[in-house]
Design a protein around this ligand. Sequence first.
Ligand code: NAD
Ligand code: DAU
Length: 343
Amino acid sequence: MKKLLITGGAGFIGSNFVRHVVQKSPDYQVTVLDKLTYAGNLTNLDGVLDGARVRFVQGDICDPAIVDPLVREHDAVVNFAAETHVDRSLLNPGAFVQTDVFGTYVLLEACRRAGGTRMVQVSTDEVYGDVPPGTQSLETDRLNPRSPYSASKGGGDLQCLGFFHTYQVPVSITRAANTVGPFQYPEKLVPLMSTNAILGLPLPVYGDGQQVRDWLHASDHCAAIDLVLHRGTPGEVYNVGVGYERPNVEVVELILTELGAPRSLIRHVADRQGHDRRYSLDCQKVRALGWSPTYTFERCIRETARWYAEHRPWWEAIRARVDFQSYYRQNYEHRLQPAAPPA
Ligand code: NAD
Ligand code: DAU
């Protein structure tokens, strides 16, 4: 396999994956197809986008006129393109259905028409919904999405399975845990808290901050996707997680420690609607393919927080944009306002 179409490759994990392929597989050629939504950023590909080995096409995965010819020119598709932020899905669910369900369908249809192109669908542990303490999600578990984001990702996964069983499109699905590392848009927990801490702004922790997530480094996530692309079985799903289950507030405290910022910046604010309490994955299947993580929990969070401290121009440019500021006001202004004094 030599020619890869990487959709959503100008986003966080997609751009890390492009770097991973460039470093690991010198004989591969990559095309990045990305719409450049608010989350897409060509500077994420600085140093790798040379127009020859790695080229860029701006376009929408929902548009068959762009997708069909590109899929025909490539040996495999890895789909990172998605609307990805749960809080935004509460404000504008339609955009999530459009890209995460319909866009996935357009890619699958192109793979089918091209004669059965290999595809990996990059999905999420959130499709299993809230996981009670003491239990873990298996790939065969019933999907139980509880936000517009996870419902849309679940819809994309089901399209993949439908196209595999009906048309034998050789698609595999990865479902991964919370991922952190370089180039993550500063709306997600770790980059938001890191950049707010650096700026001396309040850190808005939803509810009691005891919600549990598992923390995976982008480079470990990319290695798992690469493995599934090459050694995974079509029609199969692979969970990708580490088992570093930590309450959010512990993650935030570790960021503050790494950045030398005071704990007094933490504000417990109104919770996210429908907030899942815990995710937890059984990952024996991907480990049986030969994957194991290289990052410890501490290194994962500390190194990421440090990356934000050392790359201020990258995120300051994003935070200065009108679209970031209007989203920030919409999601946080009411939460961070001081409570009115009792009447
Ligand atoms: P991101 O928001 O940083 O990047 C998404 C990219 O997709 C952006 O470059 C954006 O411009 C592009 N895009 C969006 N809509 C598009 C469209 N219609 N056509 C073409 N391009 C489009 O996302 P991310 O965090 O890098 O996530 C990548 C994938 O991994 C997503 O499918 C997400 O569901 C999944 N995932 C993310 C995490 C995580 O913690 N970030 C964990 C598990 C799975
Ligand atoms: O689990 C995988 C998923 O992880 C991916 O599929 C999603 O694309 C990705 O965005 C992420 O979803 P989360 O909702 O878990 O990530 P987020 O960084 O938004 O939030 C992590 C936790 O922190 C969650 O419990 C909500 C909480 N949180 C988040 C923000 C942005 C806060 O307490 N305050 C905040 O301001």
